[in-house]
Structure formats: C-alpha cells, structure tokens
Design a protein around this ligand. Sequence first.
Ligand SMILES: Cc1ncc(COP(=O)(O)O)c(C=O)c1O
Length: 419
Amino acid sequence: MAWGKIEKQEIQSRVFAALRKNKNYRTTTVLGLPASYLDAEVFPPDADFLKDAPFAKAFMENPNHIGCHTLVGGESAFEGTHALERELLEICAVDMFGASSHAYDGYVASGGTEANIQALWTNRNYFMEEYGLEAQHIAVLYSADSHYSFYKGSNLLQIQAIEVPVEETTRQMTHATYDRALQEAQSRGVRAIIAIFNMGTTMFGSVDAIDEYIPILKRSGMPYKVHVDGAFGGFVYPFVDTDLRLTFKNQEVGSITIDAHKMLQAPYGTGIFLCRKGMINYTHTGAASYVVGGDATLVGSRSGANLIAAWMILQTYGHDGWKQKVLQLIARTDMLCAALRELGIAFYRNEGMNLVTMHASQIPESLIEKYVLVPDAHDDSARWVKIVVMDHVKNEHIDAFIADLKAHLTTAAYQDQTY
Ligand SMILES: Cc1ncc(COP(=O)(O)O)c(C=O)c1O
C-alpha cells in the first residue's frame, strides 16, 4: 500500500513547493493568460496566517487545472499543482480502486454530477465512434435509487434513460426487472447500454450487486460499458467491505465517480472522475486549441485549490488512518441501528455504509425538523427519511435523537391506551 500518512509539516512543504513550481503572477512576467491571483483588495496576499495555510495559499494563487493531466502534460504555468492532482488520482485509482499504476485517466471535476455526466459522455461517444450508433440507440440503465444526475446526463446527451425498479426491502433490482428493461429497450431500438451500478445510493446507501446483472447484460447480446457511481460511498464502502467487484479489480468496471466533497470533507467542487486508460480520448477535443494538449473534460477551467484540499486530507490520514475514521462512523451507525431496532423502527441500512433510512411514517414531523432529517420527497409523498452519520454526527446527537423518539413513542402508546 503506497498511500501512507504524511506529517503535517511535510504536507505543508509539499504544497508550497508545488505552488512555487507554478508560475507566480507576482514574481514572474505572465502576459498571455486570462488569469491571475485572487483580487488583492479583498484577499490580501500578505495575511500572516497564509504561511501555515497551504490550502488557503493555493486558493489565493488560483491555479487553473483546465484539461486532463493524466492524458497530457497541460499548461506548464501550473505544472507544480498538476503533479499533485496526478498524485491524488493515483491514490484514488490505484490504492483505493485497484487500477494498475498509470492504467487510468481522470480529473477532479466539480462534483459527482459532472463526473457521472462525463462517464455517460465518454461511453456514448465510444459507442457512436466504434459502433456507428446514433445517440438515440444508446441507453443508460440504472436502478430507481440512482442519483438524478443520470437523468440529467441522458437528457443532455440525448441518449435514452432506463430506470429499473428496485425491491422495497433489499433496494436491489431483480433479475426479472433488469432482463425486462433490457428486452423492452431492445425492442425500442436500443443497441448499446451504459450500465450504472451504485456504491452507495443517495437515499439508502445501497450497493448494487453487480455480479447479478452482468450475466443478464451479456445475454442481451448488446455491447455495454459499466460505470460505478461511488459519489457517496466511494470514500466509505471500500474501507469497510472487502468486496472488490465495484472496483477496477473487476475487468467489467470501466469508470468510477467518487466525491471528495462528501465523505472526505473537502470543499465543494471536488468530484473525481476515473476511467480506464484510453476511454477519455473519446471526449478529447483538439478544438480547445489554446489549451496545451486540448481538453477532454466536461468543465473547462477548474480550480487547482480544491484538489489540494483532497490531497492534503488523504495524506494526513494515510490509508490506515482513513480506514480508522470510517470505522468509527460505522460503529456509530451500528449503535443507531441497534437503538432503532430496540424501538421497533423499520429501516434500511447497508452494513458497509454510514447511512440509515427509516420509514417516514414512524418518525414524527417534529423530530424530522428538529434533527434536520432528509426525506425522499419534500411533500406528502415522502416515505423515507435518512440519517447520514458524518463526522459531526456524534454519539450524543444520536442518543438525543433516540431519547426524543422513545419519548414520542411512549406518549403515542399512552394516548392509544387512553382513547
Ligand atoms: C450517489 C450520488 N451520485 C451523485 C451525486 C451528485 O453529486 P454532486 O451533488 O456532487 O453533484 C450524489 C449527491 O448526493 C450522490 O449521492
């Protein structure tokens, strides 16, 4: 395991060294870039705290990471921080998701939505180029619990979106529904499939049992590509469960989304897209002729600071330290589940995840509001409410919620007896 812990001092000096390797707008003459440091009136560059604050310093220096730097070198003015982005991607692709070194491409996207759309775009173009298909003959196939970014992406890319229902209790698609969805798609003229499997759905934290569906995809006779959405679960599930089927260790998996701005607690704007080497070429455009090496990403200009935050977090913990942190969250989630069971509250939870989704009918509105629980719908149709055990959700918060819930149930039972 190459991904070890690095001491704070070294992390600071590594980031400062990377920033020094970038062209500095203050100390060198940079005439051609439509870019600069952050406005000095608002963000004074000589603020004292900056000397010990590498992320804030990077934010102020404002490096642009436009382009895909696993593919080509990119703009030399920012080569120092581009190298840190490559290190971040190497940790995620190789140490977390089992790719061989340099056998992948990727970039730090604005979030999970962009990374998912990048996956659809890459695979759609692959089917169009390699199979001569038109967009409408390509479909993205996903469970009903999948994130709405797949709807967004399919709408933008004009490919078909096929939502497969899930079972109420397991949150899994069944063989029959998956098979039927494929057959119906074929009869409507679909000729290729982008299959989505989740490593932690938004509302349930459910993890799709990929091996159940691959044989059905194969049987359909259509060419397919597999994308894994680990936007929510990518920094949790692989540290709890030894299941490698949703990683690059599984040859079926072509691309993965993970989000550093969710469980990793990096700033918003830090999604990560990873795919097997070569696939991102299908979105590469030389039309971005002013960008060194062209561009293959959806976004265009993007911050070089956010990924430094993610790199710093991963290097601060190292693999083992991060696993410890995740296991603490899992232990807290276990505690919550045990208490809910005792109270007779029905819920769904994947044991490898830190998310608990309860039947909304059993949780009073007052507690949903008090504890800012998130429902599956913001109207009368809500059937589920979730608790996500993040870093700030401590044992005492869970205890307080459980105590309130118990008091509510006791009062309700007493009223039932009285009337
Ligand atoms: C599973 C999953 N995928 C994708 C996304 C989209 O991520 P973002 O909000 O960063 O665009 C989310 C967000 O909650 C998610 O839970």
